[in-house]
Design a protein around this ligand. Sequence first.
Ligand SMILES: *Cc1c(COP(=O)(O)O)cnc(C)c1O
Length: 803
Amino acid sequence: MNLEQLSKEQFIRDFKDTLHEEQLIKVARATPAELFTTLAKLIRRYYTDTWIDRNHKLSENKEKVAYYFSIEFLPGRMLETNLLNLGILDLVKESFEELNVDFQEVVEAEHDMALGNGGLGRLAAAFMDSLATTGYPGFGNGLRYQYGLFKQRIVDGYQVELPDSWFGSIGNVWETRKDHDIVDVKLFGDVYLQADQEGRIVPVYHNAQLLHAVPYDVPQIGFENGVINNLRLWDVEIPEAYELDYPTIEDRRRVQDITAVLYPDDSNYEGKQLRLIQEYFMTSAGLQTIVKSYLKQGLPLENIHEKVSVHINDTHPAVAPAEFMRILLDDYGLTWDAAWETTVQTMSYTNHTILSEALEKWDAELFKKVLPRVYQVILEIDHRFVSNLAKQGYDSGLIERTRIVKDNQIHMANLAIIGGHSVNGVAKLHTDLLKEDTLHDFYTLYPEKFNNKTNGIVQRRWTQIAAPELSQALDETIGKDWRKDIHQLDRLVEFANDDTVLDHFYQVKKVAKERLARYIRETTGIEVSTDAIFDVQVKRLHAYKRQLLNVLHILKLYLDLKENPDKDMVPRVFIFGAKAAPGYHFAKSVIKLINEIANVVNNDSSLQGKLKVVFLENYRVSLAELIIPAADVSEQISLASKEASGTSNMKFMMTGAITLATLDGANIEIKDEVGDDNIIIFGMDKDAVYSHYENHDYYARGIYESNPTIRRVVDSFVNGTIPNAQSEGTEIYESLITHNDEYFLLEDFSAYVAAQEKIDALYRDQKLWARMSLMNIAKSHKFTSDDTITEYAEDIWQLTKNE
Ligand SMILES: *Cc1c(COP(=O)(O)O)cnc(C)c1O
């Protein structure tokens, strides 16, 4: 259906009809959830033909397609994005006004689709949007978890995790089940090889478990371009023929567990059999389908890399090269060499972290038990890799360090690198570190495989949807073209000295701050002033991200104010949002401490409202959309070298916050864009950090003992300053002093305090601050994921667009 022709009258008629058919009621009586479901169903009807057309055209034209394999996708809500991209968001908003319906309530009736933990999953979702928007044929492949990332509640200052039953009573209104694409996935059992009648060696399985992988497709709509791609999420079912194997509800539940929950571990290795099964299940199902649909085109299998790219997002789908080999060898009878050649050219891999605990390794015994045939294939890949390198004269140390199977473990990153043609990091510094350090051995073997693709964000969600007032101010300043071509934002630079424009943008930020202040009041009861600096750190709670450094500074301000209530400072509101992995004790203690510090600070009238601390529970995409446009300061203070890229740094920049940052990840590239005057950089750089590692000369206790300010702040964890958190305070104290402060907070503390003082001084000059803010918005276009994905499509996947 051509939506350009859609009129308000027509839409209202369609909407009323749909509501009547679906819910048997009239608009005035419908709940927001009913209105949401109805609206979603109606727009599904609007786009379905386009979606079907897209799939037809791609296979008719035999276009090359990239498949993005990711164990996480974190799109958040889809309604506004879908309406915006279909070009009817304003029309729908206006129609609802006519119908006397609060559109925002309808939006909020949609549950966040939270099939991801944080940055990695959000990136995968951004890439889906950008693939459709740029028009490249790129499909997602993941798992249809029944429960997404846990819902966080704060009780007595502690994090409590609740299941995120995101299907709720509504279900996922966007998905379509595709029964005709169901495939079988085999697990467990015994496998041996036997010659068949033609003398071909084939595997024979005994007692294997056979499951159905059932695909659910979620449309990915491009921005105003008529393109709809596909995100395929797999669910598990027991095939009818095998029902007798699962006589009890318990038996069935064990199978359903495969897609029951997203692992809530962020960048931590989770060593459970179930996790391995999850990873294999989605990888196998995806790859089998890809081969089947390729073969329908009647092309030779050994050339599959000419029409198909498979991207491995982090190591979770890194079994892909081995599984692809298994399919090509066992199911379709290709020779090893032909299969290997096309496999390597098909596969590519993104590394997301240098934290060694996140580079997945599987116990070989476990792997062999769950995936006996894939294990054999991996042994063969490993064997050939080793003997090849030995033949070429490489030294045994290098071979040992790079091989896949060693010390009774399977090294998944090694498999992804050896079995693919491309390895990329996610920001310049991160890629350099991979080459120099983490993956240096591989870099000497295959320098041509390495490349950088700095992360990006979907600018449409963070401006047009999350920041409507800012978007309108942009329209009024530089015209509306930026909505279609984000690089137009650069034209804002021309207005850097225009007082009226600067004031306009300053007021726009105020409006966003007022919206957040209202939410804070309603959800926490805390009153915050929008004249204060909104200083925000929202991201997963992790030691390397150093929320604790932020806490140390807050404690310093608190102690200063207690000593001198007249201290001259711009009022500050420190805002946190963060989930901690349920088993991550340290991270949970930091949350508890933040909440107890908030209790002390927010209830101390002697501070005269100069200091407020707010922890907003259940940080997620939809909450990010509320918080980020309201930030004055964006805290990006990870220890240099640890944050591969970061993406919230880009979202903050795009909505006019000033970045307070270490030289880590994409912060460096943000600095390069805005210039030194429009960002506050502090602390050790990567070389300083690495120098401590080399020389083993970091001594936290020494800093603590020689610096009275630091001592006073650190002591406040254990001297009763923060009541109700004795054990957490002790734990943190010990992590800093006894366990030598793994992330070098104490060394960076003084520079951080100085940087914060600089923020205070700059903020007093409203015009200067507004200009910095404007420059950040102007330069943020560099970080559009539309461009990032274009680089993936052109450099790694070699896709073309046939419009
Ligand atoms: C962008 C985003 C992240 C990533 O934040 P970083 O600060 O880059 O780690 C995590 N969670 C949500 C909900 C996000 O929107």
